[in-house]
Ligand binder design. Sequence first.
Ligand code: F6P
Ligand code: MN
Length: 280
Amino acid sequence: MRDVFDAIQRTAIRIKDAIDVKDIGYSQLENSSGETQLQLDIQCDMIIEEEFSRVTSINTIASEEKEHEEVFRKDAKYFIAYDPLDGSSLVDVNLSVGSIFGIYENNFGAENMVAACYVVYGPRVEMVFAENKTKLYLLQAGEFEFVKEIRLNEKGKINAPGGTQQNWAPYHKEMVDSFFAEGYRLRYSGGMVPDLHQILLKGGGLFSYPGTSDKPEGKLRRLFEVFPFAFIYEKSGGGAVDGTKDLMTLGCAHIHDTAICFFGSNYEIARVKEVYARNS
Ligand code: F6P
Ligand code: MN
């Protein structure tokens, strides 16, 4: 695992540099979230592929940017699924973005996950790595330094509701509103990594991405986004559900499958389960 951890650190430093130097096309703004942005996504994907291809313990990779998985070494242990630049459309408005990694042993699937990690590229670069515990690292002078262990409180104050509100089910809207009625504050940037990072570091709250009338199975991808964060939230003392079931008990038929998902501290997750049990 040490070699994978080291490779992720190298990719993070290279991706940060790519974000910093990339010409995002200020002179051709009408194109900045289309073609130009796509190139940065692909550049980040290539950086990760290149670094991982040298790690002898990695068997297969799957990327949100690739249609199919890619096998490096048939006898090696780890299967890694990653989202190279999550929230990439936020780069051109200079909001935080991230990379997400799910580390699986012997095959992809929640039951095979042994570690998960994400990197936030914000004003500072931070990395969160969870194995048995969740640990926070900060990039300082070219190296990631351990900062602290992360533990969620039982209850938080942040509400981060994803998806198009117009397409929410009425009971979902009532649930979201019930948290606001209790004094929760809205904190939502549209980047999964910074939005979930904020809830983790501020001690708790709820991030939701429900099934909607236009996306009944949600938007976020199981292998690259949902399982890694579910693992991290569980290891941090919180919960992660699809409404009724723990996300880490779900299967994954295809590498790009999505899932409805809720991540939070225990108080908020209990509310989600209660509301969804009544309505499904
Ligand atoms: O990767 C998908 C993503 O960009 C996530 O980072 C983010 O949480 C989500 O989409 C935001 O979706 P929406 O704008 O529908 O709330
Ligand atoms: Mn993504």
